[in-house]
Design a protein around this ligand. Structure first.
Ligand code: HEC
Ligand code: HEC
Ligand code: HEC
Ligand code: HEC
Ligand code: HEC
Ligand code: HEC
Ligand code: HEC
Length: 317
């Protein structure tokens, strides 16, 4: 292959690659809104945007509000990947400068589209809504705290079914909460408080970092009596789990929550706990693992055999 042809091939790959990544997810086809969204991503996909100023005749380059910047790859992995931006936003956004009145446009809620729809029955939208309305967020902040505050319309994806590792599920969930609780820019959209850091609040936990990468916030902040696939009733801090034994015991609460998302197939093959432990999660105090048991029996057996052989040799001398 000549160097020029080689370069061309690479260039072609480079150009088509992002499109291929987006397209091959599931169907192999491009998401429905892909073409229409290009215009929006041209500005909302990066930190700077340029436009032709009709008054001066110049092409100007300006900084985009960082809260209005979205990553196209992440968008096309989300549950609403097939949407055009203008399915949820007014088509008037196609004009720029955007009209100031558009800021007041009412937005859809999840239930506007999913409520009462049998296709989505298994997600229990109505029940989630009920549970959410009991949560501290709704109690304290009210209607302004919509489902969108955690379900970013431009990125939300499902992690609790499929082939995700426990560490991936945990980090996705915790980033949702920490997006506000560790980010005062977002937190202060709702509160004048500058909250103390999460590490300070949770000082009772040894090795805070490890815990926050191994369990989700909702393990401790929702009731274990909750039967939803993903618990949505965040309780007041007084009711949160502080007792180590709740997790560090063979009847760990994590079985009914975090570990239930494990691949059902693996669970059938290896048994529930083993599939979890082999998937990398390991909780001190909850380790009834058959492989570990086997190893300890073998070690015990070997030790015993060693002692017996030793004794026999001594007796023979
Ligand atoms: C030429 C660049 C450009 C294009 C193209 C563009 N936008 Fe924007 N958009 C902006 C800028 C800059 C802002 C910040 C506020 C402003 O200047 O109106 C913004 C703000 C917004 C807002 C937030 C308004 C608010 O203040 O709450 C929405 C929603 C929005 N754009 C949607 C879209 C959609 C949907 C498209 C595609 C149909 C689009 N934009 C195309 C530059 C652009
Ligand atoms: C599934 C519906 C949906 C789709 C699709 C959607 N948005 Fe949004 N968008 C929303 C909602 C709802 C809000 C308000 C979020 C909130 O209240 O936190 C919003 C807010 C925004 C904002 C303002 C952010 C802010 O913090 O106020 C911008 C800018 C924006 N969207 C641009 C886009 C662009 C560009 C696209 C396409 C790439 C798009 N949206 C696709 C539902 C959607
Ligand atoms: C404007 C209508 C609309 C709104 C608002 C909306 N959705 Fe959706 N949602 C849809 C449609 C349509 C689909 C199916 C998309 C597809 O198949 O490509 C979907 C898909 C989903 C899925 C994936 C379903 C599956 O079978 O995997 C989930 C989960 C979901 N939405 C949750 C939400 C949540 C949570 C909210 C609110 C934060 C919300 N949706 C708001 C219309 C909407
Ligand atoms: C405090 C944050 C938060 C709020 C508020 C919130 N959710 Fe969620 N929700 C989550 C997280 C985190 C997930 C898990 C995402 C994942 O890993 O699949 C989730 C998952 C879901 C799912 C998918 C369940 C499944 O089977 O995978 C639905 C449906 C849902 N939420 C609906 C809602 C609705 C409706 C509202 C508003 C009434 C709402 N949520 C408000 C954090 C929140
Ligand atoms: C091991 C259980 C556990 C985990 C995991 C956990 N928390 Fe907590 N959290 C608690 C307990 C217990 C308190 C009450 C502390 C107190 O009042 O001294 C608390 C308090 C809080 C408070 C109230 C702070 C205040 O004083 O206003 C917030 C906010 C909070 N946690 C957020 C989070 C977030 C976000 C995560 C995930 C990144 C998380 N927690 C993970 C147990 C936990
Ligand atoms: C959009 C921002 C935002 C997100 C996302 C968010 N929170 Fe909060 N949360 C708040 C605010 C604001 C308060 C403070 C309410 C007050 O004290 O006025 C709060 C309060 C709390 C409290 C303290 C309740 C008390 O008794 O003082 C806990 C616990 C908590 N959140 C946990 C969570 C968990 C767990 C998640 C993720 C599932 C989460 N939050 C996601 C904004 C957020
Ligand atoms: C919500 C469940 C949960 C609660 C509550 C909890 N832990 Fe843990 N803890 C875990 C998990 C899961 C791990 C495993 C992390 C790993 O090694 O991957 C862990 C790990 C540990 C470790 C090992 C740290 C290391 O350096 O290897 C110690 C020690 C520990 N926890 C002590 C405690 C103590 C003390 C408490 C009570 C104050 C407590 N935990 C409460 C879930 C929990």
């Amino acid at each position: 292959m000549t160097p020029i042809r080689f370069t061309c091939l690479w260039l072609a790959l480079l150009i088509t690659c992002p499109v291929m990544l987006i397209a091959t997810e599931e169907t192999g086809e491009l998401p429905d809104g892909y073409e229409a969204n290009k215009q929006c991503f041209q500005c909302h996909g990066q930190r700077f945007y340029s436009f032709d100023n009709a008054n001066t005749g110049l092409t100007e380059r300006k900084a985009m509000n960082p809260n209005f910047v979205y990553n196209a790859d992440v968008y096309y992995q989300g549950v609403h990947r097939n949407f055009a931006c203008t399915d949820c936003h007014s088509p008037d956004y196609e004009t720029w400068p955007h009209s100031a009145e558009l800021r007041l446009e009412p937005m859809y809620s999840c239930l506007d589209c999913h409520g009462g729809d049998p296709t989505y029955e298994k997600f229990h939208f109505e029940l989630m809504d009920e549970e959410f309305q009991k949560s501290v967020h709704f109690e304290k902040i009210g209607e302004a705290f919509t489902c969108w505050k955690c379900h970013d319309p431009h990125s939300y994806r499902r992690m609790t079914t499929g082939e995700f590792k426990i560490s991936e599920i945990v980090s996705y969930h915790n980033n949702t909460c920490m997006g506000c609780h560790s980010n005062s820019d977002h937190f202060q959209l709702f509160s004048d408080d500058l909250k103390p850091g999460l590490e300070k609040i949770h000082h009772f936990l040894p090795n805070f970092k490890l815990h926050f990468s191994a369990v989700r916030c909702i393990e401790c902040h929702t009731s274990s009596a909750d039967t939803l696939w993903v618990n949505h009733n965040i309780m007041p801090k007084e009711n949160s789990v502080r007792n180590c034994v709740e997790c560090h015991s063979s009847s760990t609460i994590l079985m009914a929550s975090l570990y239930k998302y494990q691949n059902i197939e693996a669970r059938k093959e290896r048994g529930f706990l083993n599939s979890v432990i082999l998937n990398e999660a390991y909780v001190i105090g909850a380790n009834r693992n058959e492989y570990l048991n086997l190893i300890s029996v073998i070690l015990f057996g070997l030790t015993l055999a060693g002692i017996i052989i030793h004794t026999i040799f001594r007796l023979m001398k």
